[in-house]
Ligand binder design. Sequence first.
Ligand SMILES: [Zn+2]
Length: 289
Amino acid sequence: MLSEDPKVLELVDEIDKRITASVKHLLETKHLYQSTTVEYADLLDDLPDDAGVGLSQGLQKAVLSAVNGDWAPIDRADHRPRLGDGPPPGIQFETPDVKLFCSICKRVEAFNSVSGEDFSCRGYPQISFEQSRGAVQVFALSFQCQSCKGVPEVFLVRRHGLKLTQSGRSPIEHVEVHPAVPKSLHKWFRSAIVAYQSGHTLAGIFLLRTLIEQWVREITQQPDLQADRVLEAYMGLLPPDFKARFPSLSSLYGDLSDDLHRAIGSSDLFESAEADIIKHFEARRVFDL
Ligand SMILES: [Zn+2]
């Protein structure tokens, strides 16, 4: 049970708010398998010591005990845990409202929290699951677009100690593709970005290389020739001025292949290749190709 000391309750209330803010940050700015950490050490540094070191340490212990215990997402409407009738856990954080891209409205919209529950186990009293660096829980959080009131988007958020990881999402995150990129290539471009954002850079590089190869085959109408021959044929179709001024898909294909053969998965290469591919297609528009 949580200490009833008002100072402890005040600190825990502040930590609740920071968890809510961290969940919002995680869902709005991070991608699948990326993480954020809840920071609260500065709150303990600010504890008053005029009441004596012993009491200050007692406060710290009570706060740490709450933070290290189970956390419960709560329904903002009634401020009670959503499951069971057992004692409330020390930490109860409001599930935040978030801004997400709505695939129906085709823009970023405000999504309200619909439900938030701990899916690691059923109801309270909870069983605590621990690993070396702290408690492990998995929260399922759902949000509905306030503009179209469509089907809620559902996220899984894994908590390990103070670390929160976006570990699942339904439906998959929308990836906006630059409008200069031809529609026939969007699936490769989107998959490359999702792979990269999920930490699979080598797979992302493979998908960007696939995009280039499929594009030059589409333009040259050469489905069977070897890739280097098709690239050569494609480059031959471009005006000399274009080739002199804009990134060459042929050399980019070579750089991506080299990374794949060595199984490197360079983030720098992925990002520069993504930018160069967009530049190439923007240039095609300028040249009216
Ligand atoms: Zn919407």
